[in-house]
Write a protein that binds this ligand. Structure first.
Ligand code: AFP
Length: 340
């Protein structure tokens, strides 16, 4: 009998146990982060279950539709947002929440406030909902360093000040990938237990990959360095094989594949969108944080992504992230253009 395999199967490292273990390294910790995270996990489980039965429950479609009982249907991303906002507020550990779904930040009422600020996209990749393709939730966490009234300044901080970031992918399995600043760890939801179990400890992105991921439909509007880079992916000059193109159009799915297999994900600026499409606080920063923690890089075309200082909560930025060597190559192309 394979005792080692058996021990693995019976000694389940749930995400809560994992975070509690991490917390025990900090004697001053009072468990606030564990409580916050368990509320995020609850939101992810709810969204996972809603996504899985979206067709059955008629959650697909536009908000404002009415179901057979004449009740108004909530679009899946509106529903997910409601669930996350309520879970985060009721945790009693948050003060400022920024969601992709809400134009304004949410300031938690004083009796329920805590020391964390959470920026999140409750359901990213919404154009993929109706056809059942992988979508996800992305989140980043900051701490408040004062006890004054919270403001948006508490989240308009560079990504390198985040204390944790992660995403949950609702795909062929439901996977939560988390970093609290000490590496990247992946947990897979065991639907029969209703628990996220550590399945991918200490994820490291390959130093170089053979996949590039970009919306090539925008190619006519790209700038010189991006055009040159993608050209090199297809027609390498050094005799190496051409890279494969993979693009889901859900950032979580595209970044997850990049993290596990290596390669590069690009959402560059273009003539139509000079700041790119993706949002700094809840798309670019969390994914850049995870990439760096896994040994990769994230670059905006001008600087390290995590060094950006956003001025608005829904600000956008171009982003190139992935394997260290692949990002190094695009950095060199932008540096060369700047020196011309
Ligand atoms: P939607 O939520 O509107 O589908 O946008 C998803 C997203 O923000 C991100 O998840 C993708 O990486 C990116 O947009 C895809 O954008 P394009 O459709 O322009 O390629």
């Amino acid at each position: 009998m394979d005792h080692e395999a058996d021990a693995y199967r019976t000694d389940l490292m749930t995400i809560t146990r994992f975070v509690l273990n991490e917390q025990s390294k900090y004697p001053e910790s009072r468990g606030d982060f564990t409580i916050l995270l368990s509320n995020i996990v609850l939101g992810c489980k709810f969204v996972c279950s809603a996504v899985n039965k979206a067709g059955l429950a008629k959650l697909i479609g536009l908000a404002g539709d009415t179901n057979i009982q004449g009740e108004e249907q909530k679009k899946l991303d509106v529903l997910s947002n409601d669930v996350f906002i309520k879970a985060l507020v009721s945790s009693g550990r948050t003060s400022v929440l920024v969601s992709e779904e809400d134009e304004e930040a949410t300031f938690v009422e004083s009796s329920k406030r805590g020391k964390y600020c959470v920026v999140f996209d409750p359901l990213d990749g919404s154009s993929n909902i109706d056809c059942g393709v992988s979508i996800g939730t992305i989140f980043g966490i900051y701490t408040m360093e004062h006890s004054d009234e919270p403001t948006t300044k508490d989240v308009l901080k560079p990504g390198n000040e985040m204390v944790a970031a992660g995403y949950c992918m609702y795909g062929s399995s439901c996977m939560l990938v988390l970093s609290t600043g000490t590496g990247v760890h992946g947990f897979t939801l065991d639907p029969s237990l209703g628990e996220f179990i550590l399945t991918h400890p200490d994820i490291k992105i390959p130093k170089k990959g053979n996949i590039y991921s970009v919306n090539e439909g925008n190619a006519q509007n790209w700038d010189g360095p991006t055009t040159k880079y993608v050209e090199r992916c297809k027609y390498p000059k050094d005799g190496s094989p051409a890279k494969s193109l993979r693009y889901v159009g859900s950032m979580v799915a595209d970044v997850h594949r990049t993290l596990l297999y290596g390669g590069i994900f690009l959402y560059p600026a273009d003539k139509k969108s000079p700041n790119g499409k993706l949002r700094v606080l809840y798309e670019v920063f969390p994914m850049a944080f995870l990439m760096e923690q896994a040994g990769g890089q994230a670059f905006t075309g001008k600087k390290r992504a995590l060094d950006l200082v956003p001025k608005k909560i829904h600000e956008r930025s171009p982003i190139f992230l992935g394997s260290y060597d692949d990002v190094e190559e695009i950095k060199a192309l932008y540096a060369a253009e700047e020196n011309n």
